[in-house]
Write a protein that binds this ligand. Structure first.
Ligand code: HEC
Length: 388
């Protein structure tokens, strides 16, 4: 470790131990969300041996949502599946005439979600991987432990990258420029996007990363990284899918990256944005969406709002179609009518008379109502999310 870095670290550590926790103690999740997002990106992508990053050793939805959940002891090859969210929302978006054109070649994108041990244990110990457990949990307050983390990653066949990037990346350069791993089908996949959430704050931290050559990276809503990018705010191009200049990195981020033990290709990714609230201080809805993962509805993507609708009813079923309704994907604050029936006009508040609970929050974790297996049937049908 270089002397100055060590001195800074010692200084930071002694500060930590000597400063009493007061109302003034800054919380990086709220005060420096982009910096924390990069710390998490480096943490989850730290090398875990072979070609695997740490997150690739975590539990997939298949490991979690089955009759005998098991946290993996050895890293399994990628078991990818087509993304479900745009699929689930497509009908609603089409009805509203709001589906955006897909980034070509849309159909080539595959997806997986994974969670760390803390998150996995919470789901399993509380029986949230099966409908019978959701029925029993109806009306309770679910809250993951602060160490819980989950990710959602998108991959494309290595051979599809030259077309996907409009020729900006040659096939021979893909393994150098992208994190690449082998799928269960034996094919080579390139990592193009990643969502990361952590329970560091009660409503989770929300951040999304994209490969610098994703053609629609800052389309429609722009890109914003107040910590790691020299150009912290990038405006969207007028025409979609034209690509963007590299997110040249700040010295502070470069220092973090040079200390990282990871596949060096991870330095080619950009933070597209993070989210800490539903609206800004002037009441405008906050939008954050990934050009790959939220392809087709980036204009109406709010991580926190849609995940704030992750809920199940008394019979253990999801209360919405992956968060969508006939207006498309919701923006802004969580709506009381997603969770309550009431016979008066708003304002609606806790403890008022006339409220009947119709939904229980899955603590923002959509896979709970979406992937839970239906153990009330015999035989138990596979999870919505099996094959992940
Ligand atoms: C319109 C709804 C919607 C929006 C917007 C949305 N998500 Fe999700 N997300 C889902 C659904 C549904 C799932 C579960 C199904 C699946 O695996 O795709 C999910 C899964 C996830 C997971 C896996 C863990 C879990 O909750 O099951 C993460 C992590 C995640 N999303 C992060 C994000 C981030 C970060 C954003 C914003 C950049 C975002 N999501 C935007 C609906 C949404």
């Amino acid at each position: 470790m270089r002397g100055s870095v060590r001195a800074a670290l010692v200084c930071a550590l002694s500060l930590l131990s000597s400063v009493p926790v007061t109302a003034q103690t800054p919380n990086p999740a709220m005060n420096a969300p982009d910096q924390l997002a990069w710390q998490f990106f480096i943490q989850v992508n730290t090398s875990a041996g072979g070609s695997n990053a740490l997150f690739e050793t975590w539990a997939s939805d298949t490991d979690t949502f089955n009759p005998a959940p098991q946290f993996p002891t050895t890293a399994a090859p990628l078991a990818l599946h087509p993304p479900v969210v745009p699929g689930q929302g497509r009908l609603a978006l089409q009805r509203g005439g709001r589906l955006l054109p897909a980034v070509p070649p849309g159909p080539g994108v595959l997806e997986e979600s994974r969670r760390n041990k803390e998150s996995f244990d919470f789901i399993v110990q509380n029986n949230l991987f099966r409908i019978s457990g959701l029925r029993a949990a109806f009306g309770k307050t679910l809250s993951f432990p602060v160490a819980a983390m989950e990710v959602k990653a998108n991959w494309q066949l290595v051979t599809d990258i030259p077309a996907f990037t409009n020729g900006r990346v040659a096939l021979a350069d893909v393994p150098k420029l992208y994190h690449v791993n082998t799928g269960a089908d034996g094919k080579q996949y390139a990592f193009v996007s990643m969502h990361i959430i952590s329970k560091a704050v009660p409503n989770w931290t929300w951040a999304t990363f994209e490969h610098k050559f994703n053609p629609g990276r800052c389309d429609i809503i722009g890109c914003k990284d107040l910590f790691g990018a020299l150009t912290s705010v990038v405006q969207p191009n007028r025409t979609p899918n034209q690509g963007y200049p590299d997110c040249a990195k700040t010295p502070a981020l470069q220092a973090m990256i040079s200390a990282a033990n990871w596949d060096p290709a991870f330095a080619n990714y950009c933070l597209k944005g993070s989210q800490t609230d539903f609206t800004d201080a002037s009441g405008l809805d906050i939008r954050v969406g990934n050009s790959v993962t939220e392809n087709g509805f980036v204009d109406q993507s709010s991580c926190m709002t849609c995940h704030g609708r992750a809920a199940f009813d008394r019979s253990g079923n999801a209360t919405s179609q992956a968060g969508f309704d006939d207006n498309g994907a919701p923006l802004g604050p969580i709506q009381a009518n997603w969770y309550w029936n009431f016979n008066s006009q708003p304002p609606i508040f806790e403890g008022m008379s006339g409220l009947t609970q119709i939904g229980t929050s899955a603590d923002f974790v959509w896979s709970i109502p979406f992937c839970a297996i239906d153990d009330t049937q015999n035989p138990i049908p596979p999870s919505n999310c099996s094959g992940k």
